[in-house]
Design a binder for this molecule. Structure first.
Ligand code: SF4
Length: 320
């Protein structure tokens, strides 16, 4: 079904007709329903809001980049981790998505844009903490591996240590991205309360033991907030923190949103450049996610947040 991209039992023409009829009697093939697809942004990225069978809404993003396309997927219908810079965290916990719901986002977007599997990347960086939905995530990955190599898939975590250790022990592993966002425990805990449970020094120690290589990269994600974590001395402290770790940094200038604290601002381009230059001078590989999808509210949870802000759905509820 996934390799050939069929969306009905009838389309499985390599199976006997009788078997297809029996499958159709007993099982359902259903994809999440697109309730909103933004107009393509300047960079052609496009965000999707899906309605699940129980009314929950989740988001995914289509991001073409040269000869490759990334699809950013949600793993939960909300998030209990509560990072204060994140709209999904602001709206609170939501249930785990099933493998079918995660794969449904992926294949719906792949098919709509007719993207060949060879040029696809998948990133679990949408709504939810994927490592808190570990079993369903692993089933989803196992299915995806039929069409995409593990090195083309990235799982992004807020630093759930038991989940990272379980992923490290898996026979096939995707790339790992870890959201660090501050160079010291105190500031990290201010914006990522999960730090109280999984301390920053323990997290870094676990990452140093993670079996990384060219097929299983580690990325340190760092959301840049003006006046909070964006100075050259913060960059130097970050370089010291991750010294000895085989990882690159992905600096992500903050995406402002009405639902988030008003003090949280995107740094100026000059501040971003200074931060990045300092990392580079300290021997750290760094990429900057400039504005992919900024104009379509592509940061995690922002499209659903817009529905709440306009009164179309309620905060903290299963959405109708
Ligand atoms: S950044 Fe990720 S882990 Fe943190 S609240 Fe948002 S969805 Fe959850």
């Amino acid at each position: 079904m996934h390799v050939r991209g069929v969306d009905s039992f009838d389309g499985m023409t390599n199976l006997p007709k009788e078997l297809r009829a029996r499958l159709a009697e007993r099982f359902t093939l259903a994809f999440p329903q697109v309730v909103e697809g933004t107009e393509p942004a300047n960079d052609s990225s496009r965000k999707y809001l899906f309605a699940l069978g129980d009314g929950n809404r989740i988001e995914s993003v289509y991001m073409p980049m040269g000869d490759r396309t990334s699809i950013c997927l949600s793993s939960q219908a909300g998030c209990a981790v509560g990072c204060t810079f994140c709209v999904t965290g602001f709206f609170g916990a939501g249930r785990n998505l099933t493998p079918s719901e995660m794969l449904g986002q992926f294949f719906t977007i792949q098919q709509e844009h007719n993207v060949p599997s060879e040029s696809l990347n998948a990133v679990f960086m949408g709504m939810g903490e994927p490592l808190l939905n570990f079993d369903h995530l692993m089933t989803t990955l196992d299915t995806m591996y039929a069409t995409i190599a593990p090195k083309r898939i990235t799982v992004s975590t807020s630093g759930i240590i038991p989940g990272i250790e379980a992923l490290a022990a898996a026979p096939r592993r995707p790339n790992l991205a870890v959201s660090i966002n501050a160079p010291d425990r105190k500031r990290r805990e201010e914006i990522m309360p999960i730090t109280a449970k999984y301390p920053l020094d323990e997290l870094i120690a676990v990452l140093k033991r993670y079996p990384a290589d060219k097929h299983h990269e580690i990325t340190i994600e760092y959301v840049l907030l003006a006046g909070f974590n964006d100075t050259p001395s913060d960059a130097m402290a970050l370089a010291r923190l991750i010294r000895g770790l085989d990882a690159k940094v992905n600096a992500i200038p903050f995406n402002e949103d009405v639902n988030l604290p008003s003090w949280m601002k995107r740094p100026t381009d000059t501040a971003i450049d200074r931060f990045v230059d300092t990392l580079v001078h300290n021997g750290v590989g760094v990429t900057v996610r400039r504005s992919k999808g900024r104009e379509i509210a592509a940061a995690c949870g922002q499209l659903r947040g817009k529905e709440v802000a306009t009164g179309r759905v309620a905060r903290g509820k299963s959405l109708p």
